[in-house]
Design a protein around this ligand. Structure first.
Ligand code: NIG
Ligand code: FE
Length: 421
């Protein structure tokens, strides 16, 4: 008899996405989802100890040695969704801007006029840490209801010293108090703050001299991100900030080539970024540089959909160029008020031409790699942390097909049932 804490069987389809713990899946291998029909999983102390065909696990004695038995009743199982790009912690909302954009106003022009991101900055500066915590908790729980078990969360709605640290501390508190893993990213270079509109070099120096060292000292962020975009942070400013952050041990990430091509993809390769995100306006040359440097493309189709630009990131070209593709919600109150990773899968296959299998890899193992957690998270195989979800569907291809439904019935994080069961 083999003992385990939790044994799950009657899994109609077990999507393992196994085999890519060391390196993200790219090219043709992004379609390999490790599908097992009639599967079972055994978990001990928060770790998967066996996963495979039910018959095999039964033969090995996992079922008889289980502390707890869960009958999945014919549902399908996947690794918990990993959302590698969100702006989770903010105050207020921006439906007015949304309606203005529906009437034809432009996202970057709204920002130029002091709205957009700067609207949320004003609200976030005025909010107390308790208010931000309550709002962040509400959103994080909504995401986990829909199957997200790990998510990245950025600062960037404070821009000043006090509010950036307040946001990052709230992210840390959420990480400690919720049954979810939050990965903190410092995004001080999200917009030029109102008080530095006439002194951009001054803001860069303020980040480098004052904010980054304190964040590094308090270990408040694992990554540093910049919004490298026309009218926002130039390629040169982005490079400077990411290099300074790297020296302090913060790993680089970029909002790159989202609306205009500033050679953000090339910059991501140059500074050894873990990921470059958005990439709607990326060039072939940028993709080549990313592939050579092993930078992961994090695509955010929710943003393209909501901003109604009609342009989506060239995902097929990326797969062809050997760039590993991950997907994220970009959940934020402006350009992407969406949190469902299943819906992101729908958009990716309908609007960007990803195969369903490629999109599944993109929200699991490749998303884990985009957070530098591919060795521990993102797949269902022995040795991996037991983060998995059960969906009330007959076939994994129904994930994007039944779009807009939340079919996630059971969520397991580190071996613990946090929803259903
Ligand atoms: O990823 N592009 C820049 N930053 C966010 C939007 C944030 C906002 O509009 O509040 C993004 O799309
Ligand atoms: Fe973003």
């Amino acid at each position: 008899m083999s003992s385990c804490d939790l044994y799950i069987d009657q899994i109609k389809q077990l999507v393992t996405v196994k085999g890519f713990s060391q390196q993200a899946a790219r090219g043709a291998s992004q379609q390999e989802i490790g599908l097992i029909e009639d599967g079972a999983v055994a978990i001990r102390q928060g770790v998967i100890i066996a996963a495979g065909p039910k018959k095999e696990l039964e033969r090995a004695g996992w079922k008889s040695g289980a502390g707890r038995y869960l009958n999945a009743g014919g549902m399908i199982a996947l690794p918990g969704f990993i959302d590698p790009h969100t702006h989770l912690v903010f105050a207020g909302s921006r439906e007015e801007e949304f309606v203005a954009r529906l009437r034809g106003e432009d996202y970057l022009s709204i920002l130029e006029q002091g709205g957009g991101i700067l609207h949320t900055v004003r609200a976030t500066r005025s909010a107390s840490a308790e208010e931000l915590f309550r709002a962040g908790k509400k959103w994080a729980l909504r995401l986990s209801e829909m199957g997200t078990t790990t998510l990245e969360a950025k600062s960037g709605y404070g821009l000043d010293f006090v509010t950036e640290l307040k946001q990052l501390k709230v992210i840390r508190e959420l990480n400690q108090s919720l049954p979810l893993e939050l990965v903190p990213t410092y995004l001080g270079a999200h917009a030029w703050p109102e008080e530095y509109q006439a002194d951009h070099p001054g803001y860069l120096q303020f980040i480098i001299k004052r904010v980054l060292p304190e964040i590094a000292r308090l270990k408040l962020a694992e990554f540093c991100d910049v919004f490298c975009e026309k009218g926002v942070f130039s390629r040169q400013a982005s490079k400077l900030l990411l290099e300074e952050a790297s020296k302090l041990g913060l790993k680089p990430k970029l909002h790159a080539d989202e609306i205009n091509n500033l050679e953000g993809a090339e910059l991501a390769a140059e500074v050894g970024a873990v990921s470059a995100d958005h990439l709607v306006a990326v060039s072939e040359k940028g993709l080549k540089a990313m592939a050579a440097a092993g930078v992961i493309a994090v695509l955010l189709p929710g943003t393209s959909f909501i901003l109604q630009k009609g342009h989506y990131a060239p995902a097929r070209q990326m797969i062809g160029a050997g760039v590993p593709v991950a997907l994220a919600s970009d959940f934020n109150p402006g350009s992407s008020p969406v949190g469902s990773m299943a819906l992101i899968v729908s958009l990716a296959v309908i609007k960007m031409g990803l195969a369903v299998e490629e999109a599944i890899t993109a929200v699991t193992i490749n998303a884990a790699h985009a957070l530098d957690r591919g060795e521990r998270l993102g797949s269902i195989e022995p040795g991996k942390q037991a983060d998995l979800i059960l969906l009330e569907l007959d076939d994994y291809r129904q994930i994007p097909y039944y779009f807009g439904f939340n079919t996630v019935k059971v969520v397991i994080k580190k071996g613990r049932l946090i929803k259903g069961g």
